[in-house]
Write a protein that binds this ligand. Structure first.
Ligand code: PGA
Length: 255
């Protein structure tokens, strides 16, 4: 399948896996995916496993490291926080920002997420900025309004060059961890809407270069159809990223 943009498939391990379990998982992925060249593959373990997973993939040609969050600040008295430069020490290349779980439980705002995205770029980390509507918002006819506000707010202040190096993840909250996937048509519609916002905020060329991932109950069985949509440029995978077999199959089925 010829895609306009290179696919990027990331596993968000969330608060799962000890260090030993993380090493097992990434070693299994290395074995299964050694020959895959067509997709950017990213694993996002917990902070505590970044160091060891980073060592495990030193010799991998195709698996890259991501973090699940970072501070908007660079250094100082911010107890419990982790700065971008600290992630860089472990060769982290990507960082998930504004995941709906953080928007919900940590009350992260679009404004905070935008500051984090700028801080990530300053440290040469590529942010994966998450947006998505809840079920109530969708049913209330507010999907477009919510996506527009989140896209505008969470990407505020980025230059065109920075935007091109930013990944947007469309994750409808009602599809995360619920087993309910957006249909490929629903995903395509939302992705096209998000890209249209990027045209308004930046320009046509920039918008065309940005990769937009779909996230929410992605599994091997639905990956091919979702990735086949013209504006779906990858996936952000939660539950199915926790096992070698299911994550590897998602990637193989997407090629
Ligand atoms: P899920 O999670 O694949 O388990 O639905 C996706 C995510 O939260 O990134």
């Amino acid at each position: 399948m010829e895609k306009e943009r290179r696919l990027i498939i990331a596993g968000n391990w969330k608060m799962n896996k000890t260090v030993a379990e993380s090493i097992d998982l990434v070693n299994g992925l290395k074995r299964e995916l050694a020959n895959v060249k067509e997709v950017d593959i990213v694993v996002c373990p917990a902070y505590t496993a970044l160091s060891e997973v980073s060592k495990s993939i030193l010799d991998s040609q195709n698996i890259r490291l991501g973090a699940q969050n970072m501070s908007e600040n660079n250094v100082g008295a911010f107890t419990g926080e982790i700065a971008a430069v600290m992630l860089k020490e472990f060769s982290v290349r990507y960082v998930i920002l504004g995941h709906s779980e953080r928007r919900q439980y940590q009350k992260e705002s679009d404004e905070l997420i935008a500051r984090k995205a700028l801080a990530a770029h300053t440290a040469s980390l590529k942010p994966i900025v998450c947006v998505g509507e809840t079920l109530a918002e969708r049913e209330g006819g507010l999907m477009e309004k919510v996506l527009e506000t989140q896209v505008r707010g969470s990407l505020a202040g980025l230059s065109r060059e920075q935007m091109e190096e930013t990944i947007v993840a469309y994750e409808p909250v009602w599809a995360i961890g619920t087993g309910k996937t957006a249909s490929s048509a629903q995903a395509q519609e939302a992705h096209a809407f998000i890209r249209a916002q990027l045209v308004k905020l930046f320009d046509e060329t920039t918008a065309r270069r940005v990769r937009i991932q779909y996230g929410g109950s992605v599994k091997a069985a639905n990956a091919r159809e979702l990735m086949g949509q013209p504006d779906v440029d990858g996936a952000l995978v939660g539950g199915a990223a926790l096992e070698v077999r299911s994550f590897a199959d998602i990637i193989k089925n997407s090629i």
